[in-house]
Design a protein around this ligand. Structure first.
Ligand code: ATP
Ligand code: MG
Ligand code: MG
Length: 350
């Protein structure tokens, strides 16, 4: 049988492993972290990315390599790509690893983003605040997630403190977008170039962390079509294979792309209980060269993340009808840490 290699041992890798197992695959996970959760249906390697022998042994033990973690060092990807196909490809990862590259790529495709400026010094930031105005958000170009590595500016006087918070890391300043809603599209592209998209969901964030995703997003059909077409353009431009998450702002003037994630996405977890084929199986199908599956939606769903002490609600949730629980098996509860999620079926659609 075939074996799928996954870089990253978090909950996304764990759910990918479960989907892969259901399609008859084995998984081998590469996770340098201390306490990976991906112990389900998968074999695990715990070695740093700098351990080239371990990395090459991992690559040779699998037929195709994918990732659930975007910050894999470039040299590690070189070693892997020399041995096995990497799906999605290197460029898709490179483009989304850096917020500046990502925005330049999106703008180059003719898609709209928040107004932005590159910031590599306090002087750059002062100039960027001058041209973009306040309020604005300063974000590290790399390694940010769940709103980490971001500072909001409401006044130009905050420039020195905001720049100090970046700790000399290159950053981008983004003009604050007055959106009416946040939505996302989970899109997939197969090896032969076919594209499929899930119905867009509405996302609600709290303190920079995704709180809920609700499908269908309450948007007009024309906007839904725009969102899906735009995702298809991104996939084709990157010659992408696999599942991609596209986060969008809905504004009076139409859709703006916030960011893209070259992997299965938290805002796509509702598909586990709302679709015949969920985003995890869709990703495995794509990277394994299968036809894409049927992603049509058969229910209205609200996904809610269980963050930190939300875990105390699990006994109640477990006893509630119409709810599917998905827990990640993480040993320690920490504030702001994603511990699991629930999918609440709000109504079945014919
Ligand atoms: P993740 O990767 O976990 O989605 P992140 O750390 O990459 O998060 P962003 O998606 O950039 O962070 O921002 C988190 C949230 O902050 C957005 O979903 C949105 O609610 C808000 N936000 C980010 N940028 C802007 C902006 N330019 N204008 C208005 N709101 C913004
Ligand atoms: Mg992000
Ligand atoms: Mg985001």
């Amino acid at each position: 049988g075939s074996t799928i290699g996954i870089l990253g041992g978090g909950q996304l890798g764990r759910m990918l492993s479960v989907a892969a197992a259901r399609l008859g695959y084995r998984c081998h996970i590469f996770e340098p972290g201390a306490a990976p959760a991906a112990d389900v249906a998968a074999q695990l390697t715990q070695a740093p990315y700098e351990d080239s022998a371990a990395l090459e042994a991992f690559a040779k033990s699998v037929d195709v390599v994918t990732f659930e973690f975007e910050n894999v060092p470039a040299e590690a990807l070189d070693r892997i790509e020399a041995l096995r196909p990497l799906r999605p490809n290197r460029r898709a990862l490179a483009v989304s690893q850096d917020r500046l590259t990502e925005k330049e790529f999106l703008s180059g495709l003719g898609l709209r983003t928040a107004p932005y400026a590159n910031v590599e010094s306090a002087a750059d930031l002062a100039a960027a605040v001058q041209s973009l105005g306040c309020p604005a958000i300063l974000k590290t170009r790399r390694l940010g997630y769940d709103g980490k590595g971001q500072v909001r500016l409401t006044d130009p006087a905050q420039v020195p403190d905001a720049w100090a918070a970046m700790k000399d890391a290159p950053a981008v300043l983004e003009g604050f977008v007055g959106f009416s809603m946040e939505i996302s599209v989970i899109a997939a592209r197969g090896l032969s170039g076919e594209v499929a998209c899930y119905d867009p969901g509405q996302n609600v964030h709290e303190a920079g962390i995704l709180r809920t995703t609700t499908v269908p997003a309450p948007i007009p059909a024309a906007l839904r079509a725009d969102a899906v077409l735009l995702a298809g353009r991104i996939l084709n431009a990157l010659d992408y294979v696999g599942v991609l998450g596209v986060e969008l702002f809905v504004t009076q003037g139409g859709l703006l792309v916030n960011e893209i994630a070259p992997r299965v996405h938290n805002s796509g977890h509702w598909t586990q209980n709302g679709c015949t084929v969920d985003q995890f199986e869709q990703h495995i199908r794509a990277i394994a060269g299968w036809p894409l599956g049927d992603g049509s939606r058969h229910a209205d769903v609200t996904m809610e993340n269980l963050i930190g002490t939300d875990m105390t609600r699990v006994p109640d949730l477990a006893a509630t009808p119409g709810i599917a629980l998905h827990l990640y098996g993480k040993a320690d509860v920490r504030e702001g840490r994603k511990m699991g999620h629930v999918n609440r079926i709000t109504s079945a659609t014919a």
